[in-house]
Design a protein around this ligand. Sequence first.
Ligand code: MN
Length: 276
Amino acid sequence: MKTFLFFPEHLEDAKISILGAPYDLNSSRRYGSRFAPDSVRAESRDMESNFMGMELSHLPVEDIGNTETGGWKRFTKSLHEKVNIIKEKGSVPVVIGGDHSITPEIIRSIGRRDIHVVSIDAHLDFDRELFGNTHSHACPRRWEAEMLGAEKIHIIGIRSWPTKSMIDAKEAGVHIIDAKEIMEKGMEYVIKSLPEGDVYLTIDIDGIDPAYAPGTGTPEPFGLMPKDVLAIIERLSKRIVGMDVVEICPPCDVNGITSSLGAHFISAFIASFFSR
Ligand SMILES: [Mn+2]
């Protein structure tokens, strides 16, 4: 298998484990994020071993490959098995999606109820169902709120939402910083608002402006800049117990720049996680 960067497929004492989750059947518009795990890996292999001053080549990171795919049941069973293997060795899972519906399943597998979720996204993802599908990629924050408590959910960068779902999310106590608020108050405010304690970080690539990340199924302008996300990753990295990068759609991409951005976010996390 062609792994992420140059990391091995198996490392007994890995502290970060990369896993591909090529499932996109809960998408609602353009499909194709199933191709992202291998596309992100391919882009990563063109990167150098030193990321912004941090040498990555000797770090205890493994890339254990992809989950099984197929239907939702078969996929989630495989996802739970793989995340459990990672968890049992005390390593942090970094999952490359896939659409955003995979996130609550990863968090369920991690099994901690005391963590916060930080979601970078163009969308609220708090619908009860979409087109009759309760596992739609429009619903994951609602599942997480049920699991962990709505007050542990933090959503950053959204710019369009269904009014009803927004009322539900606000009433439940979800923390939301929308794109307009970020434009008015700046990233310093966002960084200050990040939760304390252990966190799960989910990066929906459509949270970033489509000028930087056109390869996604539901592009929305007025998004974050890559360096804004870098600042969030660096602020949280020591407290991240799991992370994913989702909704990269290689068939929608231009010159692989969105897959490359996803690869750089993962490298940024690895570099920051192991930094002193
Ligand atoms: Mn999303």
